[in-house]
Write a protein that binds this ligand. Sequence first.
Ligand SMILES: [Fe+2]
Ligand SMILES: [Fe+2]
Length: 201
Amino acid sequence: MRKINTFTLNITVAILDFLYQGRHFQRFWVLEEIARAPYFAFLSVLHLRESLGLRGQWHIYLMKQHFEQSVNETEHLEIMESRGGNAYWIDRFLARHLVLVYYWINVVYYWVSPRAAYHLSYEIEIHAMETYGKYLAEVDSSDIDICSVMNDELHHAQELYEAMRIIDPDRLTVREKDRKPFPPDVSDLNSVTLVSSVEQK
Ligand SMILES: [Fe+2]
Ligand SMILES: [Fe+2]
């Protein structure tokens, strides 16, 4: 499953990279629109599991985490909208159709294999963090909004790592283990170089 996750992510990233060359905020908006869907999907499945009497040991912890992540991702979306990320019909059309499909994929995926679903979102959060870090390093190192979003994505990746660890501690991959320890808080613009060091792993 992890290989399928990585393969799917790499293909999707390559397509988006090609389509959004030089259109940074449109690309960020599309990524934010799509990348927040898993958190809604996780919450939906957790609600359903609760209704069916399948509440697990970490149920309330996970629900709180995913609710906070989904609110935070909406804040990211608003930042990208304030920068013109959703200004064009074609970008809204693409993102809103992709997100419909991606939401339902995540509902099924999380129901069948929570561990694998977390892994996919973990990789996406790492990719998002690296994407924003690259923008800061190569385009505008003084963009405080993007630096703050990058820092949030790092926290999301850490939270997903923690979710994977608590629900299935024996199956962390080498790549996931190698990511530990995560770099310290990168909310300070001077710490952008830390992200570059993460990219090189
Ligand atoms: Fe985000
Ligand atoms: Fe995120």
